[in-house]
Design a binder for this molecule. Structure first.
Ligand SMILES: Cc1ncc(COP(=O)(O)O)c(C=O)c1O
Length: 440
């Protein structure tokens, strides 16, 4: 392999969410990718069971997206994002709101899921203030939630290992319970029957603080990075009712569910529950160029649009908000989704996916399997005294055997590109069965 693709000094790059010392002893490097497959620097083919990191929904190196980026980079590489614009950012915003639930007519651009979450939280706080209710300052998240890694998202997030190193985080934050009930719901196909009543704890938390102090509740409609938690039937509807009753904004973090992952453009549509604010990123540009978008209901946007016209209405934004190359990538991505029916394809494929996934139930150490749309999770019994090790061994073995999976704790999470064929689903689960049957 050429030195160009396989550098011999790996020390300088401090890798994110990575066991750096382990990696640098035995690096795993990709050299190229096409459609459903990666190629490693040593020439092996790896089936992508995770759409990169839940983002490459249309598969890799898709021609329209690649070409749009190339063309845009040679035409308008950058335009200042503040007080100036360029047409593609507006065009993309229009296409996005056309896909969104009725009444969510505005988007605010960011560069990642984490930035979308922090932007959404700031919009919620500022909206109440603009509306004469500045005393609504509390934010409510959920145990086990993942909302990215900025301070707002870490604060409303509920993964202990992601929180414990970083001091007091934001104040005025509380959490509702997670919905993982393995003793009642293990091996459920689709949405579990038990757990909708857990939404009622929101009433108690709101009562504790007094509803007049609560600005917003944020949840992932389907929690992904915590190990895939599917919402119990009726749970999201109940959260919506409680928020409505108390004038609290409901934020759906759709960073992984957005853009077709569960068989509709957004989880909001799939579940028939419309939030007030919706965060997205990842699949917006097929993961190719960093970009996120926060969708807001019109009345939230409109509450900011008063005061003198020369004044900036919302003191927030990023140098790269609506970047021209990201906007071009977003437009080409939406076109690819549209051309190939990818935003609803997960619905057609999910019965086959579900059947193949649950066929792994008899493998050693499997204690739960969960799924929705083109998402799957296999929870393994941890090795006594060595949590996470069994799943990490499965990840390493799968990679050696030509399959990319993702693990969190002792849970294997699967989220392939939405272009996956039935034959590739078979390949994925054949490979995974071999991994689970090996001595992990
Ligand atoms: C629900 C959710 N929110 C936010 C994020 C953070 O996104 P990013 O890594 O682009 O900052 C993620 C990433 O996995 C996510 O799953």
């Amino acid at each position: 392999m050429s030195d160009r693709v396989a550098p011999n000094n790996l020390e300088a790059f401090w890798m994110p969410f990575t066991a750096n010392r382990q990696f640098k002893k035995a690096p795993r490097m990709f050299a190229s990718a096409k459609d459903m497959y990666y190629k490693t620097v040593d020439g092996r083919t790896v089936l992508d069971g995770t759409a990169g990191l839940w983002c490459v929904n249309a598969g890799h190196c898709r021609p329209k997206i690649t070409e749009a980026i190339r063309a845009q980079a040679g035409e308008l590489d950058y335009a200042p994002a503040f007080q100036l614009g360029h047409p593609k950012a507006f065009e993309l915003a229009n296409r996005l709101v056309d896909l969104a639930p009725e009444g969510m007519g505005h988007v605010f651009y960011t560069n990642s899921g984490s930035e979308s979450v922090d932007t959404a939280l700031k919009i919620a706080l500022a909206y109440h203030r603009a509306n004469g209710q500045g005393e609504r300052f509390r934010l409510i998240g959920r145990e086990r939630a993942y909302h990215g890694i900025n301070f707002g998202g870490t604060s409303v997030g509920g993964i202990v290992s992601n929180r414990k190193m970083f001091g007091t985080l934001l104040t005025g934050v509380d959490h509702i319970p997670h919905t993982h009930l393995p003793e009642k719901n293990a091996f459920t196909k689709g949405q579990p029957d038990h757990g909708a009543d857990l939404a009622d704890t929101l009433e108690r938390i709101v009562a504790l603080h007094d509803p007049s102090t609560v600005a917003a509740v944020i949840v992932e409609p389907v929690a992904g990075s915590t190990g895939v938690l599917i919402p119990p039937k009726g749970y999201l509807q109940r959260l919506r009712e409680i928020c409505d009753k108390h004038g609290i904004l409901l934020i759906f973090d759709e960073v992984i569910t957005g853009f077709g992952r569960i068989g509709a453009p957004f989880a909001a549509e799939y579940f028939g529950v419309t939030p007030d604010i919706m965060t997205t990123a990842k699949g917006l540009t097929n993961g190719v160029i960093p970009m996120g978008a926060v969708f807001v209901k019109d009345e939230i946007h409109d509450a900011f649009m008063n005061g003198p016209e020369h004044m900036i209405e919302f003191m927030h934004g990023y140098t790269y908000s609506g970047n021209p190359i990201a906007s071009a990538a977003g437009l080409a991505t939406l076109e690819t989704y549209q051309d190939e029916g990818l935003l609803t394809r997960a619905k057609e494929l999910s019965p086959y996916w579900e059947e193949q996934l649950h066929s792994l139930k008899d493998c050693p150490h499997v204690i739960d399997i969960r799924n929705l749309g083109l998402i799957g999770a296999i929870e393994l019994e941890p090795i006594a005294g060595e949590p996470t090790k069994r799943a990490f061994s499965a990840f390493l073995k799968a990679y050696e055997d030509g399959l990319l999976i993702r693990t969190t704790g002792d849970i294997i999470a699967l989220s392939p590109p939405l272009i996956i064929s039935k034959a590739e689903i078979d390949e994925l689960f054949d490979k995974l069965r071999k991994v689970l049957m090996s001595n992990i």
